[in-house]
Design a protein around this ligand. Structure first.
Ligand code: NAD
Ligand code: UDP
Length: 330
């Protein structure tokens, strides 16, 4: 720990999830105290097992739709189901956690005068008509479609963050996260990276929705968390929003071929219907993050996939004792 470091007490909502658990590891590594608040809807305590007994870590099981009375210096607000299958499972609750959860966390930040960061999303751009997407693009979202509970919930949360900033002078940070992958992704959340890896490892058909020509840009989790920390530690004159993601864009078919190559799997590619309102393309413009945070992703897709494949191989090995195969969500 360097001598200028000042230990902070940091609240991470959604900390038992994929991104939150990696963020907590980094915060503890640099010497902070962490309070994780999570209702375990999509998160899993096993993501935090390695922290059991850690003197600077505390877990509290709570839904952030209910007020929370704690004393902290900083808040990372990550609590929200993140994959289409999970956020569409109970869409009303998804809007509630995005909006009411944000109001509760903003109220907490205001009372304790904490800096607060919102985990927003590239979904605020909807099915974008501007490519790649800069922060200045206002988006193209279907307000009544099946993705709207998440997209509009997250958009409203951004509005609330900026209104608390203007109205109450709250110190806010907003990051717009693009597709991120890595170890501790939920094996059953229906996301493309976890689905393809699990299918390939188990010799099941790789399910390509539509013709596979739609594109995404995949960021490895360690790069993203580095972006979180840099954003949280910049001056209050830069509230964001700032895009965090990897600008290297791949079609879904290219991703499937990469996974087959790296796993040596003989799985066949099969086409399934494209979900409604599935964005055709997505790529972050990260000029602002480069300029303001001196940040850009370092991990190439192949290197990140290798680590993610190792994680799922281990998970499947452990799981074999109980159930013979993972059924990915579709
Ligand atoms: P995740 O599902 O693994 O983690 C979300 C966590 O929030 C889970 O642990 C879940 O149990 C918890 N949670 C959900 N509702 C809650 C509630 N009402 N109260 C308390 N806890 C609650 O998802 P993730 O991929 O780690 O995403 C974390 C955040 O980042 C989310 O806000 C998501 O919208 C955002 N994000 C993620 C991605 C990505 O690619 N992973 C992309 C864009 C935005
Ligand atoms: N997808 C796919 N097969 C799968 C899961 C997803 O072809 O088994 C596609 C999906 O239709 C979308 C892309 O992969 O075009 C990314 O989907 P994901 O759910 O990972 O993220 P999002 O759509 O939120 O970017």
């Amino acid at each position: 720990m360097n001598s200028s470091f000042r230990r902070q007490r940091i609240l991470v909502t959604g900390g038992a999830g994929f991104l939150g658990s990696h963020l907590i590891d980094r915060l503890l590594d640099r010497g902070d105290e962490v309070l994780c608040v999570d209702n375990l809807f999509t998160g899993d305590k096993s993501n935090l097992d390695h922290l059991a007994g850690h003197p600077r870590f505390e877990f509290m099981r709570q839904d952030i739709c209910f007020p929370l009375y704690v004393e902290v210096d900083q808040i990372y607000n990550l609590a929200c189901p993140a994959s289409p299958i999970h956020y569409q499972f109970d869409p009303v609750q998804t809007t509630k956690v995005s909006v009411i959860g944000a109001i509760n966390m903003l109220g907490l930040a205001k009372r304790v005068k904490a800096r607060i960061m919102q985990a927003s999303t590239s979904e605020v751009y909807g099915d974008p008509s501007v490519h790649p997407q800069p922060e200045s693009y206002w988006g193209n979202v279907n307000t009544i479609g099946p993705r709207a509970c998440y997209d509009e919930g997250k958009r409203c949360a951004e509005t609330l963050f900026f209104d608390y900033h203007r109205q109450h002078n709250l110190d806010i940070k907003v990051v717009r996260i693009f597709n991120t992958y890595g170890p501790r992704m939920h094996p059953n959340d229906g996301r493309v990276v976890s689905n393809f890896i699990i299918q390939a490892l188990q010799g099941q058909p790789i399910t390509i929705y539509g013709d596979g020509q739609q594109s995404r840009s995949f960021c490895y989790v360690d790069d993203l968390v580095e972006g979180f920390l840099r954003m949280m530690d910049t001056g209050s004159e830069f509230p964001g929003p700032v895009n965090l993601g990897n600008p290297n864009e791949f079609t879904i078919k290219e991703l499937a071929e990469e996974v087959l190559d790296l796993t040596g799997s003989k799985s066949k590619l099969v086409n399934k219907p494209l979900p409604q309102d599935d964005p055709r393309q997505r790529q972050p413009n990260i000029s602002l993050a480069r300029e303001k945070l001196d940040w850009e992703p370092k991990t190439q897709l192949r290197a990140g996939l290798i680590k993610t494949i190792e994680y799922f191989e281990e998970l499947i090995r452990k799981n074999d004792a109980d159930v013979p195969a993972f059924q990915v969500a579709q």
